[in-house]
Design a protein. Sequence first.
Length: 116
Amino acid sequence: AQLVESGGGLVQPGGSLRLSCVASGFTFSWYAMSWHRQAPGKERELVASIPSAGGSIDYSNSVKGRFTISRDNAKNTVYLQMNSLKPEDTAVYYCSAKRVWFGEYWGQGTHVTVSS
């Protein structure tokens, strides 16, 4: 199983980025997908999650209203659209795939820096 994130980079405050995470080696549509981030010197935090089918999409309070998670099962890809970025959004962003009883997979991360 493999998850590969892309789309990170340097952006000015107020700008936007869209992260992508392409999955391979497992049945993507069966897994709930999540985005997490870890800022320097801080613990990893859950940013957003989207279920495999049905259910609710969840966001952390710090990104609610600014970030949108979505998935395209035909492309084995989960996205994180990030708008109105703030310097405190600077972090390494990771995607994960989870299915109860079947385990969890993680990507290698993509760096996002929000700075003027």
